[in-house]
Design a protein around this ligand. Structure first.
Ligand SMILES: [Zn+2]
Length: 128
């Protein structure tokens, strides 16, 4: 990939990272504010734990995305950016424009999605 293209994707990734980091920080501040507000209001407990659950789910998704963004930034540093981590073909730039933190090409991704369901079943049976 050309240097100027790399720079372009690098700045996209840095923006995404800043966005996620900002959201997480904001969420934490909100949580603190809420707790102070509701300190004496025990009747609100159920609603509050629902809020917390929702927030927890969101943070996990954001966390995963953040990890992907960081991996992609490392790849830019190592000049490995833009190739599929599985089959090592170049990921189309059109795909990277939409998802600059994509680790795999669409073919590998759909293969993994297909493969992952039977594996999951085997795992579940073993656990039983
Ligand atoms: Zn691939």
């Amino acid at each position: 990939m050309k240097k100027n293209k790399l720079k372009h994707f690098q700045s996209l990734l840095i923006n995404i990272r800043a966005e996620i980091a900002g959201d997480v920080e904001k969420a934490h501040q909100n949580e603190k504010g809420k707790e102070a507000e509701h300190m004496a209001d025990i009747s609100d407990d159920a609603a509050r734990s629902y809020d917390k659950k929702l927030q927890g789910d969101l943070e996990e998704q954001e966390w995963v995305k953040l990890k992907q963004v960081e991996t992609a930034l490392e790849k830019i540093d190592n000049e490995e950016y833009g190739t599929c981590a599985e089959c090592e073909i170049e990921i189309p730039e059109a795909r990277l424009e939409i998802m600059p933190y994509a680790e795999f090409c669409t073919q590998c991704l759909s293969k993994m999605e297909k493969d992952s369901s039977p594996d999951q079943n085997i795992l579940n049976i073993r656990e039983l």
